[in-house]
Design a protein around this ligand. Structure first.
Ligand SMILES: NC(=O)c1ccc[n+]([C@@H]2O[C@H](COP(=O)([O-])OP(=O)(O)OC[C@H]3O[C@@H](n4cnc5c(N)ncnc54)[C@H](OP(=O)(O)O)[C@@H]3O)[C@@H](O)[C@H]2O)c1
Length: 260
């Protein structure tokens, strides 16, 4: 029997590519996001091209209780791989951003990720086998003025996942954190970030492939792309006020916001 993988944010971008790669490696798929028709399309493709089983669970992770509903929809399945990928960003000065939007961001990027991890872990611990991939960002390593809560949420994901990996050492369960740099997906348009000058981007497929390979090796931290690894290393050598200023400058130059 094929193992099962649950992927949040499987309707586009990195999550959709991770779903395709997992299907290619004969994982049955549980696909979660809000856009049901897109999820059905990913599921149809996986069944037709790879012969795997699929289950589609439309859910808005910003809603409290969503993680519990998703878990109820999969508790009959042995989830071997959990990919917490769903997430979004929001550009704007903290004080001027609607609090509801910022609360939704924290709910999707952090709370739902923690809740789904907590719900899937007991089953994995019983089996002494499981792999978790949490999608953070290179933003996890920097303060992010004007994209503040997004950067902060990714720092949370990184710290939470790394600590959990250590706690689970020797249990048969691995926790990997994927930290992509800028990647060509719908992320920027959804976050109201409009690049004014070209910015180097990886393709979602490359990022997902690196994520899958790191996950299967049980790597704790996966940073796709040499420049992103370099940046992550350099940023540790300087006081945080320097990257904070740089990030602010970059976003001032590269973004325009239809102000909320
Ligand atoms: N693109 C980048 O440059 C980049 C860099 C670093 C990290 N990341 C991270 O990579 C992950 C995937 O992003 P992406 O770049 O692939 O962007 P994307 O194309 O916008 O995909 C985001 C995914 O998250 C889902 N999602 C968003 N809000 C949701 C909600 N309330 N409930 C359920 N699902 C929700 C979306 O599905 P629905 O809209 O159908 O719900 C979609 O499937 C995110 O965690 C992001 O922070 C991206």
């Amino acid at each position: 029997m094929n193992p099962w993988a649950l992927i949040t944010g499987a309707s586009s971008g990195i999550g959709q590519e991770l779903a395709r790669i997992l299907a290619q490696h004969r994982f049955n798929l549980v696909l979660v996001a809000r856009n049901e028709s897109r999820l059905q399309e990913v599921a149809r493709e996986a069944r037709a091209d790879r012969g795997v089983q699929t289950r589609v669970i439309p859910a808005d992770l910003a809603r409290q209780g969503a993680a519990e509903e998703i878990f109820q929809g999969v508790k009959d399945l042995p989830i071997q791989v959990l990919v917490n990928n769903a997430g979004f960003g929001a550009y704007g000065e903290f004080a001027k951003m609607p609090l509801d939007l910022q609360t939704d961001l924290m709910q999707v990027n952090m709370v739902a990720l923690v809740q789904l991890t907590h719900k899937c872990l007991p089953q994995m611990l019983d089996r002494r086998s499981g792999r978790i991939l949490n999608v953070a960002s290179v933003a996890a390593f920097l303060p992010g003025p004007t994209v503040n809560l997004y950067y902060a949420s990714k720092a949370f994901v990184f710290s939470f996942s790394y600590a959990l990996a250590e706690e689970l050492q020797g249990t048969g369960i691995t926790v990997s954190t994927l930290c992509p740099g800028t990647t060509r997906t719908e992320f920027f348009s959804r976050a109201n970030i409009h690049m004014k000058r070209p910015w180097p981007m990886l393709e979602a497929r490359e990022v997902a492939q690196a994520g899958f390979e790191g996950l299967m090796k049980g790597k704790r931290v996966i940073i796709p792309g040499f420049m992103n690894r370099l940046m992550a290393a350099l940023v540790k050598c300087v006081p945080p006020r320097i990257p904070a200023r740089v990030v602010r400058k970059v976003h001032e130059g590269d973004t325009s916001l239809p102000q909320a």
